[in-house]
Write a protein that binds this ligand. Structure first.
Ligand code: ADP
Ligand code: MG
Length: 350
């Protein structure tokens, strides 16, 4: 609804499987020195020499993870790549290659898949990764995307969830809650459109949060920034499900507790104003909204001076003993146990 529909629709049957694969993958550049052989043989060949290999995969199912009513296919291709790369950067690794597998029903045209691949290509180019393979098949209903990302790192650079120590500072990149609020705006416009297809949504005031939902970026810059500052995070995770649940993952894996300070959670002004408009609590949105793809990490207290004042990074709390538990310290200075609520956090607020 938010983009003009492409009037041309070529049936996938006209191309056949191999014609389709060739068409979609014909001008994918290979720029990583470690890519010895990309698309075209039975398997890709990579040479990561003495570096360790990081490998991660994610699946996206139409109707579960995305809604094509407001998600243009080009953005979907971009986002599908980005969410995988985010996991590589969360290991403090460099992303190098991806594979892209798709299953589509005959409802999809060649032009639709071209748009999806334009997004994949754009993301691959932006993040400097090679598309080295994939699989293409049909589905009886809807679209399923499975992307695998590979990366490399020297063994001593890798950051696990389990490495945090008591008194380490808890740090987050960027700001939180935007992707969830962007989704609220898009869901509202979809409902309006269902009633009145002539309506022209004015999304300009919501530009930042709608972008956060439709075209998120992975924080490739953060491992680079930390390396430049000579800070090695003791533990790291990316924020896909919401701050609360990611903090609890770090606590559990590192066998620690934590104090998270409500007044430190970084929020964009658009998130604050849209929360007011939707009668949502901005802290709840940041804690449970998800899909922000920022990085959450811990650093030794002695590294504080190196990151202090950096506009990309905010110290939001610190790690405590496991027995102390994981808490949100509110603005009113009360302590509330952190819970991995996910999306149902919002049920009783509405
Ligand atoms: P196979 O029968 O050996 O699985 P395919 O015909 O499925 O081979 O794929 C041929 C080549 O095209 C392989 O290199 C494969 O990785 C690549 N490929 C297939 N589908 C895609 C896709 N959607 N995106 C990128 N590469 C793909
Ligand atoms: Mg295959």
């Amino acid at each position: 609804m938010l983009e003009a529909k492409n009037p041309q629709k070529t049936d996938l049957e006209n191309l056949g499987e191999f014609g389709l694969i060739d068409h979609l993958t014909k001008d994918l550049p290979q720029s990583q020195p470690s890519t010895k052989l990309g698309i075209g043989d039975d398997a890709a060949v990579l040479d990561h020499s003495e570096l360790q290999t990081v490998l991660t995969t994610d699946m996206l199912v139409e109707g579960v993870h995305f809604d094509l009513a407001y998600m243009p296919l080009q953005h979907l291709g971009y986002k599908a790549v980005v969410v995988n790369l985010s996991d590589v950067y969360a290991m403090n690794a460099t992303a190098t290659q991806i594979t892209v597998s798709i299953a589509v029903s005959n409802r999809f045209s060649l032009e639709a898949l071209e748009a999806f691949y334009a997004g994949v290509r754009h993301a691959a180019q932006t993040y400097g990764v090679d598309v080295v393979g994939g699989d293409t098949t049909s589905s009886t209903k809807g679209m399923i995307i499975s992307i695998t990302a590979l990366g490399t790192a020297a063994p001593e650079k890798l950051c696990y969830r389990s490495g945090a120590k008591e008194n380490d500072l808890l740090v987050v990149s960027g700001d939180l809650g935007g992707a969830y609020m962007g989704l609220q705006v898009l869901e509202r416009e979809k409902a309006v459109y269902a009633v009145n297809p002539q309506s022209q949504p004015d999304l300009e005031p919501y530009h930042y949060i709608v972008q956060r939902q439709l075209k998120p970026e992975a924080r490739k810059d953060i491992p680079e920034l930390l390396a430049a500052l000579e800070v090695k995070p003791t533990a790291m995770i990316d924020i896909s499900d919401g701050l609360s649940s990611e903090i609890l993952h770090l606590c559990k894996a590192s066998k620690l507790g934590c104090d998270l300070y409500e007044d430190k959670i970084p929020l964009d002004p658009t998130v604050i104003s849209s929360c007011e408009e939707f009668h949502l609590d901005s802290t709840t949105v940041a804690l449970s909204g998800g899909e922000d793809y920022e990085l959450l990490f811990t650093i030794a207290p002695s590294d504080y001076d190196k990151i202090k004042g950096n506009p990309n990074l905010t110290v939001i709390g610190h790690m405590t003993q496991a027995a102390a538990g994981a808490y949100l310290v509110t603005r009113a200075n009360t302590k509330i146990p952190l819970q991995a609520q996910g999306w149902n956090a919002f049920e009783d607020k509405k």
